[in-house]
Design a protein. Structure first.
Length: 200
């Protein structure tokens, strides 16, 4: 997927208009709560069904431009995984897919459409998957991010996740070279985070 402003590979989406953008054209900026998108908070979260796979596939293509996601040394076909979907009427606002990994539950992909970001949808999805992990008696909730993804890193740490491992060059090897990410940070490494579910 190409950047809307140049021919570089797009790694993110504009939170205001949703256009695909590369790391060169992304800018991190603070904003207060009064500038969050004014959208309906009337949504529900449900587990996906076979009929939802097409919509998950379309969202994965929109968010990342490729059907597979690298997580903890393995490529996952996202549409084939169990997932939670966020719905508002007939609209799909986002999703979270996961996989069981030994005594852990791994978040493989999470995506919320840009106009619905910043209103708690992502946190609601995380609460759902944590509840699922606890119901399955998993010891940890795991997730990984690329080294440039400062938004995701901040989001997960705010929910109690901690970095416990860095796989150097995992992203470079997946793409066969280095891409430029947020603020022109070279995208090379996979940062692995965990949330211990055995602690009170």
């Amino acid at each position: 997927m190409k950047c809307a402003l140049c021919e570089e590979e797009a790694t993110l989406h504009c939170r205001i208009c949703g256009k695909s953008i590369c790391g060169v054209h992304v800018r991190i900026f603070p904003a207060c709560a009064t500038h969050k998108a004014e959208v309906s908070r009337n949504y529900s979260i449900c587990e996906s069904t076979e009929e939802d796979r097409k919509e998950v596939r379309e969202m994965v293509k929109l968010f990342w431009g490729e059907p597979e996601q690298l997580a903890f040394g393995r490529l996952y076909l996202v549409e084939s995984l169990p997932a939670f979907l966020v719905k508002s009427g007939n609209r799909r606002l986002g999703f979270l897919s996961y996989a069981e990994r030994f005594s852990d539950l791994l978040i493989v992909a999470i995506g919320v459409l840009p106009k619905y970001q910043g209103i708690g949808v992502g946190k609601a999805l995380m609460k759902k998957v944590e509840g699922k992990a606890r119901a399955l008696l998993k010891k940890r909730l795991l997730v990984s991010v690329s080294n440039d993804n400062l938004f995701a890193l901040s989001f997960y740490q705010s929910l109690g996740f901690r970095i416990f491992e860095i796989k150097q060059n995992a992203i470079t090897e997946k793409h066969g070279g280095t891409l430029l990410g947020v603020e022109k940070i070279p995208v090379n490494d996979e940062l692995r985070l965990e949330k211990n579910l055995t602690e009170l």
